[in-house]
Write a protein that binds this ligand. Structure first.
Ligand code: PAF
Length: 284
């Protein structure tokens, strides 16, 4: 596996690969790789001639400085893992080169960014859109792979690709979970063993909501989830929403035959976690 840190070098490398007619799969990450990332990389390695993984803890997408400071950084372990899943190039640029100047560009994603993560993490998607645009320019992938755990991020990236006519296919890959249901996330490393156990309640809450879908009105399901988590030690619910899986707009009513996304965000101890499941109402 090649490790490239400089933008000019990745540009040259990609140019040569594209000239040779190679297809390029890309998995952008912030490191602290887990099985969820590895599945994206395996999918990319299977579907493309060359797989590039980027590791860059992007400062502009953290609305909480504490979250940025404590975000796990495990470059050596990550590089070793990447070699096991067929990654060809690790691109790990430096912040000074990525952000030569303070980015002033402002993106707007309309209703997509006024709900859930957009509402609770002001500026977050602007930072994501900025870095993803830059990475797409550097790596020029044919396909880019993202995890469903960040459902709203995938929708934002798809809108970005469409709005700016990037010639990239965005692939969404299902969330990978621990055996106890906890969605894999780099931030899980910040939880102690007891908190990791507590965090499984987010998935239980989603399952509880799923069971009630179609049997109870949306507002009752929301109230049930809120009550379920209300007095759990170390858990602070930020939101639970039942939304359209593409537009991510909250639904007040769910019709048979409709696919919906159940989305949750909560603090477990000091760590903010998100999770979601897609439910086809017919199959409830
Ligand atoms: O999902 C992530 O890890 C990040 O938001 C991404 C897409 C790598 C952009 O920094």
């Amino acid at each position: 596996m090649e490790v490239i840190e400089q933008v000019s070098i990745i540009r040259d490398r990609i140019k040569a690969l594209r000239c040779d007619g190679k297809s390029i799969g890309f998995v952008p990450t912030m490191g602290a790789l887990h099985e969820g990332h590895l599945q994206l990389l395996r999918a990319s390695a299977q579907e493309n001639d060359v797989t590039v993984c980027s590791i860059f803890v992007n400062p502009t997408q953290f609305n909480n400085p504490d979250d940025y400071k404590h975000y796990p950084r495990t470059m050596e372990q990550d590089a070793a893992l990447l070699k096991t899943v067929g990654c060809d190039i690790l691109f790990a640029p430096h912040a000074e080169e990525v952000y030569v100047q303070q980015p002033l560009l402002q993106f707007s994603f309309g209703p997509l960014e006024t709900v859930m993560e957009g509402e609770h993490r002001p500026g977050h998607f602007n930072g994501v859109a900025t870095i993803v645009s830059k990475l797409f320019h550097f790596v020029q992938p044919h396909r880019a792979y993202f995890g469903q755990k960040d459902l709203q991020q995938v929708a934002i990236v798809k809108q970005l690709v469409q709005a700016l006519s990037f010639d990239v296919e965005v692939v969404r890959y299902p969330t990978i979970r621990e055996a106890n249901g906890l969605a894999m996330s780099s931030r899980n490393r910040r939880l102690d063993a007891a908190q990791q156990h507590t965090a499984t309640i987010l998935y239980s809450a989603l399952q509880l909501a799923k069971e009630q879908l179609g049997k109870k009105p949306v507002y009752t399901i929301k109230a049930t989830v809120e009550a379920y988590l209300a007095n759990v030690d170390q858990v602070q619910l930020e939101y639970f929403e039942i939304v359209h899986p593409d537009t991510l707009q909250p639904l007040t009513d769910v019709q048979p035959g409709q696919e919906v996304a159940l989305c949750i965000a909560a603090f477990v101890g000091p760590v903010r976690l998100i999770d979601n499941i897609l439910v086809n109402f017919n199959k409830v």
